[in-house]
Structures are given as structure tokens and as C-alpha cells.
Design a binder for this molecule. Structure first.
Ligand code: KG4
Ligand code: ZN
Length: 353
């Protein structure tokens, strides 16, 4: 595809600007964005596959890869068009290379390599979670590291210290299910369907968060680690028991009680870290950062400790390429460049290259 012709004459973008064309395809969104100087999003195009995967109750990896292949050129073309730029204005290509579904990641990585090679542009491999954290820079121009970060997505739950751009220390992580995964599994069990997080968030407003006392898991010697599989099993046991006893289940009460226990587990660890490190700023990142109860409880707990809380708008919480463009910009500034052997790394660890 000739992006230059499609977009007409190259724009007047100032040559000293760093324009990143970013590509994200790690799970079920095909996304591309153009980001100027790390903080200004010129375009952010997301083609969601939710309708496709809803039919199966969750993401089907093979279908996700095929859909990415179908959509990726169109999405990139649209991102350039929305930003009123052509490829000749682009300084570098940023792409998510892990973690994620290997077949899905490969589509973005291959596309990014092809464009970068054909145009002689620098290529930057971005860690998906680093992207989620960097989403906070888009709307909070004053925000600079160091800060603490609670990363809560469908695949990850991490408590992280971002020391500087591109420099992370992981304080804690989930031992089993990610927070979003627990929301999705519980939603399915109580008949809300996929994707579960937003549905539990909505239904919980009608329920009593204290109706059922679901347990909290604590991991000896690892105060910042999380575990959500016990909470999920407790919900399943509650539902099975009610069914066996012929008791009616109040869906909203179960959703609200589960959400309250999950949010409490997240907030309590985050606040432990805020106190331990005397943190003055903490950010939320990832899809579960959309959750209203989590935002509310974090606001309250942070206010009580004199810590400023930041979180992105919902569109920048869930998967998008703008956040990858922001992370790529800071990697670019740090001199990070990928070779033509850049590959998808499905289990890439944060802070690793
Ligand atoms: O960050 P994300 O888009 O993808 C991953 O990198 O995993 O996160 C998706 C996850 C899903 O598990 C979804 O259910 C959850 O974020 N999520 C929510 C809400 N919106 C999305 N969970 C709780 N409350 C929400 N409002
Ligand atoms: Zn994500």
C-alpha cells in the first residue's frame, strides 16, 4: 500500500518534531496511532474484534491473528490520514512486540518491520505494559517519573515503580489470574457474558457490595503480590451452593461483592507501597483502570495519604496504539532501536529487552 499517495501531499509537520507511527496488535484490538513528541496524540485508530470473540465467550487466538491481518493496513492508513501526515513525515515506527498472543503480535511486528525497512526508519519494539503505563502521559502533561503504578489489565496485574522513562522495578505481581481475567471469569459465571469487566462495573451499581463476604488472599512474605483465583473460586462455590440449595442468586449483589473484594485487594497493596515508599504520585493503567469503584476507592485512599492519583480516560486505559507511541517516543529518546530480527515475545517481562 502506498500511504503517501493515499494521503496526498506530505503535511507541513515541523521537521524537528518526533512523529511516531505506533502499531498495537497484542490481543483483540488492531490499532495504529500517530504521536507527536511523546505526548500529543494526532490520531488513534482502534479496530475492535469484540463482536467476533463474543460469539465464543472469549478471545480465540487464531481468529484474532486473522482479523489483525485483514485490518492492519486499513487501520494504519486511517491513522496517517486522521493525523494529516504521510510516511515521509514519520520519524520512527513503534510496535508492541510482547507480551501477548504470539500470532497476534507477529502481525504488528511484521508490518512494522516492513514499513521501517522500506522507508529506512528506526524501529522500536515496545513492551505492552510499558505502553499501558505511558498512557498516563497523554492527558497529564505535568506527570513525570518517578511514580508508583498499579497495572491492572486482562492479562497482567503488577505493582510497579517507574523510576525513570524506560526504567521499572516490579514490586509485586499476581500469582495466578490477572485482575481483568477474574472480572471476565466471574462475569461469565453469573451470566453477564463477555467482556465481563465493564458489565460487572455496570451491574454492581445496583448491588450491595457487603451482601456476601468473599475472602481476601494474602501471600506470606510477599506483601505486594496478588492472587485472584481464590476469590474467583469463592464466587463459583457460592453460585454452586446456591444452585444446590435451590436458592435464588442476586446477580447484582454477587457482582458488587466480588468487585468490592477485588478492588480492596488492589487498593490495599497499592497503599502499602505508597506508605512504604512515601510516594507522592501513583498511576493506574490497563483496562481495569476504567473501573469506577477502583477509581473511587483509590481516590479516597490516596487523598488520605497526600498522594496524587492519575489515570487515563477509558479509551487510553484499554488497548490502543497511542500509548505504544508514547512509550516508543521515550525509548527513541533513550537511543533504543530494534534490529530487523525483532520478533514477537509472548511472555516478555517488564523492563527486559
Ligand atoms: O488492558 P486491556 O484492554 O487488555 C489487556 O492488555 O489485557 O484490558 C482488558 C481487561 C478485560 O479483562 C476487561 O474486562 C477489563 O480490562 N475491563 C474492566 C473494565 N473495563 C475493562 N474491568 C473492570 N471494570 C471495567 N470498567
Ligand atoms: Zn493491554
Amino acid at each position: 500500500m502506498d500511504y503517501e499517495k493515499q494521503n496526498g501531499k506530505s503535511s507541513e509537520a515541523a521537521k524537528e518534531d518526533v512523529l511516531i507511527l505506533a502499531i498495537e496488535s497484542s490481543c483483540d484490538e488492531t490499532a495504529a496511532a500517530v504521536v507527536r513528541n511523546g505526548r500529543e496524540v494526532l490520531s488513534n485508530v482502534i479496530s475492535s474484534q469484540i463482536d467476533l470473540h463474543t460469539l465464543y465467550g472469549g478471545v480465540v487466538p487464531e481468529l484474532a491473528s486473522r482479523k489483525h491481518i485483514e485490518k492492519i493496513n486499513q487501520v494504519i492508513g486511517q491513522a496517517l490520514k486522521d493525523a494529516s501526515v504521510g510516511l515521509s513525515d514519520i520519524t520512527a515506527i513503534g510496535v508492541t512486540y510482547g507480551p501477548g498472543l504470539v500470532g497476534a503480535l507477529l502481525v504488528g511486528v511484521a508490518e512494522a518491520k516492513a514499513i521501517a525497512f522500506a522507508r529506512g526508519l528506526p524501529l522500536i519494539g515496545v513492551h505492552h505494559i510499558e505502553g499501558h503505563i505511558c498512557a498516563n502521559f497523554i492527558e497529564h502533561r505535568e506527570l513525570e517519573p518517578p511514580f508508583l503504578c498499579l497495572v491492572v489489565s486482562g492479562g497482567h496485574t503488577h505493582l510497579v515503580k517507574m523510576e525513570d522513562y524506560g526504567k521499572f522495578e516490579i514490586l509485586g505481581r499476581t500469582r495466578d489470574d490477572a485482575a481483568g481475567e477474574a472480572f471476565d471469569k466471574v462475569a461469565r459465571a453469573i451470566g453477564l457474558g463477555y467482556p465481563g469487566g465493564p458489565k460487572i462495573d455496570r451491574v454492581s451499581k445496583e448491588g450491595n457490595p457487603r451482601a456476601i463476604a468473599f475472602p481476601q488472599a494474602h501471600i506470606d512474605g510477599c506483601p505486594y503480590d496478588f492472587s485472584f483465583s481464590g476469590l474467583k473460586s469463592a464466587v463459583l462455590n457460592y453460585l454452586n451452593h446456591a444452585q444446590m440449595m435451590g436458592q435464588e442468586v442476586n446477580q447484582a449483589d454477587v457482582a458488587a461483592s466480588f468487585q468490592s473484594a477485588a478492588v480492596e485487594a488492589l487498593v490495599s497493596r497499592a497503599m502499602l507501597a505508597v506508605e512504604e515508599f512515601g510516594a507522592k504520585q501513583i498511576v493506574l493503567a490497563g483496562g481495569v483502570a476504567c473501573n469506577l469503584a477502583l477509581r473511587r476507592e483509590m481516590e479516597e485512599a490516596c487523598r488520605a495519604r497526600g498522594c496524587r492519583l492519575y489515570y487515563p480516560s477509558p479509551i487510553f486505559c484499554t488497548d490502543n496504539a497511542a500509548m505504544i507511541g508514547v512509550a516508543a517516543y521515550y525509548e527513541y529518546r533513550n537511543g533504543v532501536r530494534a534490529g530487523w530480527d525483532l520478533n514477537a515475545v509472548p511472555n516478555l517481562k517488564l523492563g527486559e529487552r
